[in-house]
Design a protein. Structure first.
Length: 54
């Protein structure tokens, strides 16, 4: 699980993890900011799930 995955370091880590092959769970406060990162991970043929912080 990557917390703060919608921008900066968190987004970069999500992309790196996706390159290595694991499925990633991305957590953010506002899910709408994460849509692009999830789309990039999925476009690379990997699994990604976005979880909005409650």
């Amino acid at each position: 699980m990557i917390i703060g995955a919608s921008s900066d370091i968190g987004a970069a880590v999500a992309r790196l993890f996706a390159e290595e092959g694991p499925a990633v769970v991305l957590r953010v406060r506002r899910e709408e900011r994460l849509v692009h990162v999830v789309a990039e991970v999925r476009a690379a043929g990997r699994q990604a799930v976005a979880v909005e912080r409650a």
